[in-house]
Design a protein around this ligand. Sequence first.
Ligand code: IPM
Ligand code: MN
Length: 361
Amino acid sequence: MTDTLKLAVIPGDGTGPEVTTEALKVLEAVAPLENVRYDRVDFDYGGDRYLATGEIITEAQIDELGQFDAIYLGAIGHPDVTPGVLEKGLLLTVRFQLDQYINFRPVRLYPGVDCPLKDKGPEHIRFDVVRENTEDLYCGAGGFLRKNTPQEVATQEMIATRYGADRCLRWAFNHCISRQDRLRLTLVHKTNVLTYAADLWERAFHEIGEAEFPQVNRDYNHIDAACMWFVKNPEYYDTIVVPNMFGDIITDIGAMIQGGLGVAAGGNINPEPGGCSMFECMGGSAPKYTGQSVINPIAAIAAMGMLLRVLGDQKDQPNLVRAGTRVDAAIGRTTPKMKSMSAGRMGYTTTEVGDLVAEAL
Ligand code: IPM
Ligand code: MN
């Protein structure tokens, strides 16, 4: 017997609703195979609602979302809304308010997917990035002085707390151990320049690693070097742990080497008991493709698979983990049939790709 999952679904803007439909199609197909029961409530947060009401989302509404087992998000971003307004007002606010302090972004080259790196295949690109998700330059600390004068000053502060680093590092170490044969954890930062924030992370990394996870090999890369290795030698990496801003940047490189944003999924995870996590594809709302059924839903479907696996682990429900693993395997049987991962060049419509994954289940 399993609990009924309570899912909040935010299809969002642009192509978000199209890819969400495919992810839900796959959920519906996998559920009976593993006895997964779920209830789903849709929410219309996003650009259109904001343009109509002037409101993005209130604290009370975020608290309401936090009562669900998980949130599934399509995409946010509207051509008629100033860039940053919805991203900050919805995406970042939910991450912060629900304390989703892990941003988990696996980088996997699925079978048959073209990799822009010469001579690299699925056996080379299979690492995980654990990005801290509630601190760093994303805190919005800083401000202006003498704004709009020739003497203007702007500051933007990089916040690192020992509490924030510790909890992220512990999750990353534990994740590393769960990968069994892949026991290297690489901290990515910039110790040669950011001598305060990086120093805090580096000390926390070695103290926790030595005391609690001696079996994990601790490794360190500067962020600029990591960008180079992602392209030169991606097979070197097993699990990476990285603060928020650098993590934002390297996971876009990660997305490219795994075939593009149409493939890359992420989870904003609150691992605490009763915590509510949010799963999304990394690509945006792609307004110019809206309504044409040309966008790649693989990332959105992979985000659904991740939702099932993460919730299964957290709630100790192996059937959910198995369901998530089935979704991933079905993606792996679908990608070889697709011509490309790019919008409009898949050889199939968005709907047909969702059908293929559902059939592969
Ligand atoms: C991401 C995005 C967001 C971020 C933006 C949209 C605020 O780039 O999820 O990586 O910077 O975290
Ligand atoms: Mn990003």
